[in-house]
Write a protein of this length. Sequence first.
Length: 354
Amino acid sequence: LIENSDGETIELIKKYGLRNSQLLTIAPTGSIGTMLQISTGIEPNFAFSYTRKTESLHGEDVFYEVFAPIAKEYMEKNNIEKSEDLPDFFVTAQNLDPIERLEMQGAWQKRIDASISSTVNLINKTTVEEVENIYLKAWELGLKGVTVYRAGCAREGILTVEPKKEEIEILDIERGKLRNIAEDTIYYPKNLRIGCGKLKVMIGYSPSENQIQDLYVIRSGSGGCEKNIQAVAIFMSGMLRLGGNLFMLEKSIEGISGCPAFARGNASGKRLSKGDTCPLAILNILKEFEKEMGLKDYERAQIFIKAKEEKLIEKEIIDKEKDKNVVICPDCGEPLEVSGGCYSCRACGYSKCD
């Protein structure tokens, strides 16, 4: 106050004294603003959209999206329907740089002689050293006080509930619809030598579809579990006609231990087909046939499924990070806003202060 007052004001204070220890302050408005759907003052928006639930005595709960007033007004003027489509200058508390946040607060502190209630939101990975630097920077900027909240800290334990699990669709396949075998399908015979005999695999290929359409197996000579092998071929053919591919077949039979007959045959010097079981030998001959015909189904499927798996792993990691960084409302399960040591829920009105 003294630093920012003129000479006349200082002389009046010397003569009459100062009746109030502080004249200006900024009180906590984060929780109040959140509950009343109005501005949160110096506190940045925690989020621009929320899911709100209206409960019914008849069990017909209604969920709908609620937008922060400033975001709603902008969206209506610019014909925007989803909060995700808001421009980059709509920044939430979690996305602000902590130091930039302090510098903004420091600019206000110069004209405010009491403290300012404002929470610096930090991610779960924030270190002790980074928190120390924040407090030192606050001191350098002349702040009377600063509050930090690190997501996932111990004080939120009683408020944390099991997060909602999101259903994940792994493969975009139309299931249950058996594809008809194309009329121009040509069957190519391929010979297999297995551990206990010989097989002939008939591979049905369609030039118009440029795909393997069907396959079946004929035992050639004695030996071999004829009915079992025929059943395996029928299942493989069915999976292909239901929208599957060779890479999926390969993933399905992973982990099957080797057949003793194959092991004995290889040990005795027989030249057997590639593989250590009948299903794997059939699969390998199908893969060789695809290469012969210049087909790319196996390679395309391999890239597609690996990309899907990587995406799922990445999503699991992001979800785990989100679980750490969000405090969940114990009443309705929606994210809580944290401000000045208080928690409040836009969805159901729950609130609690430490």
